[in-house]
Ligand binder design. Structure first.
Ligand code: C5P
Length: 411
């Protein structure tokens, strides 16, 4: 594990699981990370500052003022310093304060100042975890950009009861961090985060369904995986992401600015229109059905023998419409799926739809395309033509955004 130079703010709160965090510090340090511990006052009833500072090789902060030296602890600088803030264990009390934005101790001031992703590992008794107030607080937190909850796990609790509420196991927390760093190796740099932070990214994903009658529709095999992976990468970079999605079986990523589920191309068009003026980067990944039945039949069309014609009409081309109204400070990415003349068609579509970048899906490769977990694409942009190798869609999403960052500068 190479975490050299990664800066982690480790928040510890008042829970018996705090003793396990000492192991986390040791692992993070062994992996090469810098760890700054910030405790809530209650945490110090469970672990001593001496243990924590010895393991982290840094002073431990818990008060606004270091009483021994009369020195003010700069919570803003701490919040800006970190690449990631991890609060483990996160007590019911701290969870509630985070959800409510309360600032009655240094840890909360650091949390409110942090610009980096915030991960938290709740730890509490099972009834506290199940309480509607905790549920509400958790829902609030996981819906915030760049917030990620780890656990809680199920098992023996300090109360003697057994159930959900244990802090996620320390090795799982370290494992999740390791995976995150390796997924974001060269992407989450200060520079790329600064470019994407707070940018409004509009993403369309998935297929559309065009109703024939109340139970039947025309659609395609799009799974939405590519668009959802792109949304996650943009979220990892602190962007505000609006995801407009056709019907898919994927859960929307946590922390979206808005999630708008739609069925048909017309509904997708309406949703997109609302963000035409606001978006900074538009990524049109959806496999929009090109045609819809001229009319939808009420109820269910009765089965009959022989030929049953369905009259179709072309759907609006949402991307072309957005492209025609696009301002010069807006960056537009289109996708194309071609079975013949891919390169020429991609260039043509990029131009007629006024895109700044076009992603051509290669249908020839057996691992690429609809429903697969892998994809093989070619990128067309001001940087020329770039062919990416077959890779998992999550990796392809990272590379697409990495390429985009080379072409895009915010207004
Ligand atoms: O013309 P074609 O369907 O190949 O173009 C694909 C690109 O255009 C994709 O980015 C897709 O999301 C977008 N598109 C759209 N509305 C349509 C058809 C395609 O936004 N009706």
């Amino acid at each position: 594990m190479g975490w050299s130079g990664r800066k982690i703010l480790l928040g510890i709160t008042g829970s018996i699981a705090a003793y396990k965090t000492t192991w986390i510090i040791r692992q993070l340090k062994n992996n090469g990370a810098e760890v700054q511990v910030v405790c809530s006052p209650d945490a110090l009833g469970f672990v001593t500052p001496l243990t924590l500072s010895t393991l982290s090789e840094r002073p431990v902060f818990s008060e606004f003022v270091r009483s021994d030296q009369g020195e003010w602890v700069n919570h803003v600088a701490l919040g800006m310093w970190a690449d990631l803030m991890l609060i483990a264990p996160c007590s019911a009390q701290t969870l509630a304060k985070m959800a409510g934005g309360l600032c009655d101790n240094l840890l909360m001031a650091v949390y409110l100042s942090a610009r980096c992703p915030v991960w938290f590992a709740p730890a509490m008794d099972l009834d506290m975890w199940k309480h509607p107030a905790t549920t509400r607080n958790v829902l609030e937190l996981v819906s915030r950009p760049n917030h990620k909850m780890l656990g809680p796990a199920s098992g023996a609790l300090a109360s003697g009861l057994s159930g959900v509420g244990r802090m996620a196991e320390p090795q799982d927390i370290v494992g999740a961090l390791d995976q995150w760093w390796s997924n974001n190796k060269d992407l989450v740099t200060a520079e790329s985060s600064a470019t994407m932070r707070d940018q409004l990214i509009l993403i369309t994903a998935g297929p559309t369904r065009e109703a024939i009658d109340d139970v039947r529709y025309i659609s395609n095999h799009s799974s939405g995986k590519m668009g959802y992976a792109l949304a996650q990468v943009c979220l990892d970079l602190d962007a505000r992401v609006v995801l407009i999605s056709g019907p898919v079986s994927l859960p929307p990523p946590h922390g979206l600015f808005a999630f708008i589920p739609v069925e048909s191309a017309m509904e997708m068009q309406e949703a997109v229109k609302k963000y035409q003026e606001q978006f900074d980067i538009g990524i049109f990944c959806a496999a929009v059905a090109d045609f819809r039945p001229v009319r939808k039949t009420e109820g269910k069309v009765k089965k009959k023998d022989g030929i049953f014609p369905i009259e179709l009409v072309a759907n609006p081309d949402i991307l072309a419409e957005v492209g025609s109204k696009k301002r010069s400070d807006q960056f537009l990415v289109g996708f194309a799926l071609e079975t013949a003349n891919g390169l020429a068609e991609a260039e043509r579509k990029k131009s007629i739809k006024n895109c700044d970048m076009l992603v051509l899906n290669n249908m020839q490769d057996p691992g690429a395309g609809f429903g697969q977990d892998t994809n093989q694409v070619t990128l067309f942009s001001a940087k020329g033509i770039t062919e990416l190798s077959l890779a998992p869609k999550k990796e392809i999403a990272r590379q697409i955004i990495q390429h985009l960052l080379q072409c895009y500068s915010p207004a």
